[in-house]
Design a protein around this ligand. Sequence first.
Ligand SMILES: [Zn+2]
Length: 254
Amino acid sequence: MRFIVLLIPLIWAHQAKGQIEAPNAEFAEYLVAPIHVHRLVTKGELSLSTTLEKRDLERIFGKVNRIWGHAGIHFPIQTITTEAAANPIIYRQNYQSRQLRWMLTLRPKASRTTNQFHIYYLKRFLANGVYIGPGGMFVKDTASLRSTENGVDEPIPRVTAHELGHALTLKHRQNVTNLLASGTSGWTLNDAEIKQAREAAKKIGWIQTASSVLKKADQTYEAGDKKQAKAIYRLIAGIPLHCPETTRAKKRAE
Ligand SMILES: [Zn+2]
């Protein structure tokens, strides 16, 4: 009997290897921080052109949200735009510079908003990813990481989730299995980081609770504006949780 009891965790650990553990935050705890994803695609500039497709980005954010679900924070893609980088000449002048602030000049002016986080995907630059400000996070298609035990199985979701950690005030913590370690596939957050990230998120005016997003979506739906309701339900439909709230949001977001 004792033998069987010992075997169960071993089997479970084996199956969990290489996966992000399922989060168990409750719907009412969730905070929702909408993301504007920018696919930079620049004619004649391979480095300034991502080859990630919409379906890739959806898969990537599925993993980002599985990681951040452990903190009860959800990052739905609210907007995806495909745009040419502004000022490609600045890239050619600066691409070897370790100081990456110049990258902000790559952002097209027309799509900058102040009520979303902005992540720009491109093919290559000097780091895997960089957080310069809420309006300027950059991640490259060619990101590569040192793999750690039970780490994320592809680099881009991990790099994206890491930069979002900086966006919520987290600093580097060099433990290989940690999301805020540099250059590894680790994804875990400790209690202090979860507390700090949630406090930072609560201070940002456009980050709402999942419950208030749901309430707004339901009101819009009941008022008969199905199209607008759908856009609001989409913000919470991807929360990695099976409950009546996400079930209703999923159904009405389709
Ligand atoms: Zn970092």
